[in-house]
Design a protein around this ligand. Structure first.
Ligand code: AMP
Length: 397
């Protein structure tokens, strides 16, 4: 159980509550292309409004690097949020975030009203967690609620610093849900516990592999990172993704798996091409015998069967990272097979955000999973066994 104050522990009637959300949604030509992060924030916002709070929302969007970049304004989020809540969302359009518009809007708020501040990363202090901006944010509110799971691995003003300068702080429902699902899966799993890791780089997931080997029964490694393990096994990987300086680490992890009695599954076959594109000649070969001039872009049919068989008997499955270049239709088959295998079982199935979440949703398996995390980086740090600064900063119960 999370030992932090939650929204249910607060008395918010008549109080100003600053809520850090993760509204970092993808935009194309000013239109939101995936609003799942906005809908994920609604339960907390609705609860605070129903209880008569004055709800001031804030978030970052993209990486404006301390400048007011109009294309990264939260204005489209204000519009969509207002439709989803079926009430006015006053957008405080201040380049300095906490400026005249924000102060006026907040001063005029009645109970049950909503104000959204501008992109917190318009301020250069934000990502440095500088006290000055934390204090400005805190000056707007009595209470701080952190519901931005996707940003909770970053110590910024709006996720960490601000908590110190308000009277009370709590975590929101989304944060609680993420931590409950990820925490239970990792620290209190029903066995057999299978973790599947993919994506491009071993170096991004070093600590995740190490930490999970202490907990899982089976670790499946696919995607671009598998070729470094292939070389560690003495294989030839042609032009496939390879981190030569991580081969020794891969060997160490294989030894650790053996020592711990963990089954480490690697691809046995792979689909190779000469060019990194969708429409090109491809064929399947042994994962350990890729000819020069060819590169592996997906796991082969035998690997899919091998991985699906391991997933079939699992009671808990966690997945982070695609099995191949799923953005190309011809090389999405391995990722799809893993998503299908997870969708087919009666078990706790958790998708660790980022590309795997996008892949699962894109392939139409979204509603078949127990939990799809909204935070890629944050869920990875969680899987590494790290404390998330955005959670640590909130008051204990
Ligand atoms: P990551 O950001 O590390 O989770 O990696 C996700 C990216 O890994 C996706 O964009 C995939 O296209 C890429 N990826 C997965 N498998 C391969 C592969 N075999 N070769 C190159 N890129 C890959």
């Amino acid at each position: 159980m999370l030992n932090k104050k939650s929204v249910d522990d607060l008395q918010v009637k008549g109080k100003k509550v600053l809520v850090r959300c993760d509204f970092n949604v993808p935009l194309q030509d000013g239109e939101i292309t995936d609003e799942s992060r906005i809908t994920a924030a609604l339960p907390t916002i609705k609860k605070l409004l129903e209880d008569g709070g004055k709800v001031i929302l804030c978030s970052h969007m993209g990486k404006p690097k301390g400048e007011a970049k109009p294309e990264l304004s939260l204005a489209p989020v204000a519009k969509r949020l207002s439709e989803l809540l079926d009430k006015d969302v006053v957008f405080a359009k201040d380049e300095v975030v906490v400026g005249e518009n924000a102060r006026k809007a907040v001063a005029a708020m009645k109970d049950g009203e909503v104000v959204l501040l501008e992109n917190t990363r318009y301020r250069k202090e934000e990502t440095k967690n500088e006290e000055s901006f934390s204090k400005e944010l805190a000056s707007l509110a009595d209470i701080f609620v952190n519901d931005a799971f996707g940003s909770s691995h970053r110590a910024h003003c709006s996720t960490v610093g601000v908590a110190e300068f308000v009277k009370e702080s709590a975590v929101g429902y989304l944060m609680e849900k993420e931590i409950e699902f990820l925490g239970n899966a990792v620290n209190n799993p029903k066995h057999p516990f299978v973790a599947i890791l993919g994506g491009s780089k071993v170096s991004d997931k070093i600590n995740v592999i190490n930490n999970l080997l202490d907990k899982v029964d089976t670790l499946i490694i696919g995607g671009g990172m598998a070729y470094t393990f292939g070389v560690a096994k003495g294989g030839k990987v042609g032009e496939s993704l390879l981190e030569a300086d991580k081969v020794d680490y891969a060997k160490e992890m294989m030894a650790k798996a053996e020592e711990k009695g963990v089954t480490l599954l690697l691809p046995v076959d792979t689909i190779i091409t000469k060019e990194f594109k969708n429409d090109t000649e491809f064929k399947t070969v042994s994962a350990l015998d890729i000819p020069d001039g060819w590169m592996g872009l997906d796991i082969g049919e035998k690997s899919r069967e091998l991985f699906a068989a391991a997933i079939k008997d699992a009671k808990t499955v966690i997945w982070n990272g695609p099995m191949g270049v799923f953005e190309f239709e011809n090389f999405a088959g391995g990722t799809k097979a893993v998503a299908q295998a997870m969708a087919d079982i009666h078990a706790t199935t958790i998708i660790g955000g980022g590309d795997s979440a996008a892949a699962v949703n894109q392939l139409g398996f979204g509603d078949k999973m127990t939990h799809i995390s909204t935070g890629g980086g944050a869920s990875l740090e969680f899987l590494e066994g790290k404390d998330l600064p955005g959670v640590v900063a909130v008051q204990d119960k």
